[in-house]
Design a protein around this ligand. Structure first.
Ligand code: GDD
Ligand code: MG
Length: 384
């Protein structure tokens, strides 16, 4: 079986992080987003989520083969070299082929399938997976295959319930049969609260519905398959989040760590300085008298000095938070520093290599890479 991951798009909503790397390489829970999908979804071994690849056992690779995914196509429209360089090592270790299908113009969410047609169709008639690259969930991959076979649809999409459906693709479905009656992308009026989770299993015939030009699978393809009574929806069990925007990224981390608490509590930090669910990379150093949590991820090589308070935040690889600083509801980008007694809060996003000076306050500052912040940011704004 094949899988295509929709990697393209410029990830503008996750700037300034995506000024440094393509969206799928932005760290989430101490691992680039795309590795969650490669490990979790395609390899179907939930508990290796935080394992290093070197710990990858033969049994797990066999599990992958058992699920039957042999090739992953990354549909990408910028910086393919960055992605391929990053993933080269993983190819052999995972025992699957990873290739790029590069667009010369953005082809939307369906056009890339037409472009990768030859890679997706191998004559076996098998359906193939399509994943949005910015969603995080438990990926019940095998169950999706079973559901698709049992319902005999042309396409099966996973759906989940949300409180604010207007920013997603909404599905109106017949509960008992799973048949989708309508698919409405970003509805202006309320049509329901079950939304497209961005995880699909499609028969090869879906490709006959897509031309090689910029096309939206949500607006132009799914509504037509639904009209032909061939679109089915499986309700996704467990947590789900589109982490393509900072606020949702922070909420997504809470859900993800909550799921780790249930599935692999040993991965989470413990101790008197830890509150709730906290992930600390084994190479990170935490000083005396800190209070960390809930819902914090501290990446490889980070240094959190004495007396620091962290909550609902991500501190990415190589960052340093100096003594007595307080960081909440924020993302500290790679190799950035937060000065002594600084207070960083309310969706502050520091790009790569940003330096916040001592005693500075940031209320929702979005700071581009390589900046030094010498005066406080009193209200949410972009600092260029
Ligand atoms: N290759 C390629 N080319 N990929 C693209 C392009 C493109 O031109 N445009 C977007 N993508 C990728 C994005 O990187 C992302 O992985 C996926 O397609 C969906 O695009 P988003 O921009 O993240 O869409 P969205 O979040 O507004 O809505 C989509 O996801 C929701 C769930 O998170 C839709 O599929 C909704 O129906 C869905 O509910
Ligand atoms: Mg998205």
């Amino acid at each position: 079986m094949k899988a295509l991951i929709l990697v393209g798009g410029f990830g503008t909503r996750l700037r300034p992080l995506t000024l440094s790397v393509p969206k799928p390489l932005v760290d989430f829970g101490n691992k680039p987003m795309i590795l969650h999908q490669l490990y979790h979804a395609l390899v179907r071994v939930v508990d290796t989520l935080n394992a290093q690849l070197t710990e990858f056992s033969a049994t797990q690779i066999e599990a992958l083969k058992e699920v039957g995914v042999t090739e992953v196509v990354l549909a990408i429209n910028y910086q393919p070299e960055v992605m391929l360089n990053f993933l080269k090592d993983f190819e052999s270790k995972l025992g699957i082929t990873i290739t790029c299908s590069q667009e010369t113009e953005p082809l939307g969410t369906a056009g890339p399938l037409a472009l990768a047609r030859d890679k997706l169709v191998d004559g076996s008639g098998d359906p193939f997976f399509v994943l949005n690259s910015d969603v995080i969930s438990e990926y019940p991959f095998a169950e999706l295959i079973q559901f698709h076979k049992a319902h005999g649809g042309e396409a099966t999409i996973m759906v989940t319930k949300v409180d604010e459906p207007s920013k997603y693709g909404v599905v109106v479905m017949e509960e008992s049969s799973g048949k989708v009656e309508r698919f409405v992308e970003k509805p202006k009026v309320f049509v329901g609260n079950k939304i497209n989770a961005g995880i699909y299993l499609l028969n090869p015939s879906v490709l006959d519905r897509i031309e090689l030009k910029p096309t939206s699978i949500e607006k132009e393809v799914f509504p037509r398959i639904a009209a032909d009574a061939g679109l089915f929806a499986m309700v996704l069990p467990g947590f789900w989040m589109d982490i393509g925007q900072p606020r949702d990224y922070i909420t997504g981390l809470r859900l993800y760590l909550g799921s780790l608490r249930k599935k692999a509590p040993g991965k989470l930090a413990s101790g008197a300085h830890v509150l709730g669910n906290v992930l600390v990379h084994e190479t990170a150093v935490i000083g005396e008298g800190c209070l960390i949590g809930p819902d914090v991820a501290i990446g490889p090589g980070c240094v959190v000095e004495a007396g620091v308070r962290l909550s609902r935040c991500t501190v990415m690889r190589g960052a340093r938070v100096k003594q007595h600083a307080c960081v909440s509801s924020s993302i500290i980008g790679w190799h950035s520093t937060v000065g002594k007694w600084a207070r960083v809060e309310n969706m502050t996003i520091l790009g790569e290599d940003v330096h916040v000076c001592d005693e500075i306050y940031s209320n929702g500052g979005v700071v581009l890479p390589h900046k030094e912040i010498k005066s406080s940011i009193l209200k949410p704004e972009i600092v260029m």
